[in-house]
Design a protein around this ligand. Structure first.
Ligand SMILES: Cc1cc2nc3c(=O)[nH]c(=O)nc-3n(C[C@H](O)[C@H](O)[C@H](O)COP(=O)(O)O)c2cc1C
Length: 186
């Protein structure tokens, strides 16, 4: 089983990262390997809207950057975990730029998807405000992954009251929920 986890916060070891790490602890207990990446390290140049991926001019993407090298790995993964902090009422820019590059997996001509349908996904969102304030961010992610990409939802973690880097340590129940979610991935 191949699991890829993406952290959309540039704050290394911050709340999003700690929750994603807890999911990974649960996954590793079952002997599965997980690769974790900070999206801020991926040198993502951003979708250029060139249309090459939709016109089958390239296998994945015409842009020459590290993100393009990740696309076949994502196509090959069984599970995808995406964690994002809330920035200015929405996903972080790193996360949105990452999601834009998944356009290659969407087939615009007939509104279907390739490679991703049937894979499982987990989302994590962290906000300074109470958790329920930004449920819309999770709903958006579900709309994209379950709806557009026809993936299976394996869990959503929505955490709030997290202003400082280590605030999540005070919410052990969330970290436990994350570990349990990871343990359940099959
Ligand atoms: C640029 C920026 C914008 C933010 N905007 C919001 C916001 O609109 N609403 C909110 O509740 N928290 C906001 N926050 C707080 C973060 O969502 C929160 O601290 C989160 O836990 C950060 O995750 P991290 O520790 O993984 O970096 C913002 C933080 C930054 C740096």
């Amino acid at each position: 089983m191949k699991v890829m986890a993406f952290v959309g916060s540039p704050r290394k070891g911050g709340n999003t990262s700690k929750i994603v790490d807890s999911i990974c602890v649960g996954i590793k207990e079952n002997g599965h390997a997980v690769e974790v990446y900070y999206l801020s390290d991926l040198d993502n140049k951003g979708c250029k809207a060139c249309g090459s991926c939709q016109e089958n001019k390239v296998e994945y993407c015409a842009i020459n950057d590290k993100m393009t090298a990740f696309l076949p790995k994502i196509a090959d993964a069984d599970y995808i975990i995406v964690g994002t902090p809330v920035y200015m009422l929405q996903l972080s820019g790193y996360t949105k730029n990452f999601l834009d590059r998944l356009f290659t997996f969407y087939v615009q001509s007939n509104h279907t998807a390739r490679y991703l349908p049937g894979k499982k996904y987990i989302t994590v969102t962290c906000s300074g405000a109470p958790a329920e304030a930004f449920r819309n961010v999770t709903e958006y992610l579900n709309q994209l992954f379950s709806g557009s990409f026809q993936m299976e939802n394996a869990g959503n973690i929505i955490a709030g009251n997290l202003l400082n880097k280590d605030d999540i340590i005070k919410q052990q129940e969330i970290l436990k929920q994350a570990e349990d979610m990871g343990r359940k991935l099959r």
